[in-house]
Design a protein around this ligand. Structure first.
Ligand code: IMP
Ligand code: MG
Length: 179
């Protein structure tokens, strides 16, 4: 399946299911090395990262506490709203904890920057971010993600958790908007 239609838009295959899964396994290996002897709290940034988080944590050789946070940044369509708002907050204190934030995609970096500040203000010992996809050309924030699955061009993508107007999330691969 190389082309898919999500609502009114056509998308074409960008990263296959097997390429995604191979890269996620190797990210798991890297995290297992880097976090050896530590026990970071995994914080999955909903909604887009639910599949990536689910696949990634099954490659970890420790048994992490997993929490979820949801912030609003994109309002439905394909443009950023700028304004950040917490829709679902962490359920346990994070004082003194190492945090591993899990994101589906980093675009401008606004969400990442905001979340880093939010976690540090709540007393986290450290905050690192792993993102499946990174739109390097669109990035405007200070500190890039510590772990990146794939660098992609500045194009709109759907699938593997990521949506276009809340659809397309269940696709097992990543698809790019056709121009
Ligand atoms: P940022 O704050 O601009 O870095 O955007 C981060 C969030 O916007 C991501 O976590 C996604 O939820 C969403 N987003 C950015 N680019 C895309 C895209 O190409 N497709 C779907 N969602 C996206
Ligand atoms: Mg996201």
């Amino acid at each position: 399946m190389n082309d898919v239609k999500v609502l009114d838009k056509e998308f074409t295959l960008s990263i296959s299911e097997s390429d995604l899964q191979a890269r996620i396994a190797s990210l798991g290996t890297t995290l297992n090395k880097d976090y050896k002897g530590r026990d970071p709290l995994v914080v999955s940034v909903l909604n887009g990262s639910f599949l990536f988080t689910a696949d990634l944590v099954r490659h970890l050789d420790w048994d992490p506490e997993i929490q979820f946070i949801r912030v609003s940044s994109y309002k439905g369509g394909m443009s950023s709203s700028g304004e950040m708002q917490i829709l679902l907050d962490l359920k346990t204190p994070i004082q003194g904890k190492d945090i591993l934030l899990v994101e589906d995609i980093v675009d401008t970096g606004n969400t990442l920057e905001w979340l880093r500040t939010y976690m540090m203000n709540r007393g986290a010992a450290s905050v690192n971010l792993i993102t499946l996809l990174f739109k390097e050309e669109a990035f405007q924030a200070k500190t890039p993600p510590e772990y990146i699955g794939f660098n992609i061009p500045n194009e709109f993508v759907v699938g593997y958790g990521m949506d276009y107007a809340e659809h397309g999330r269940s696709l097992p691969a990543v698809y790019t908007l056709k121009s």
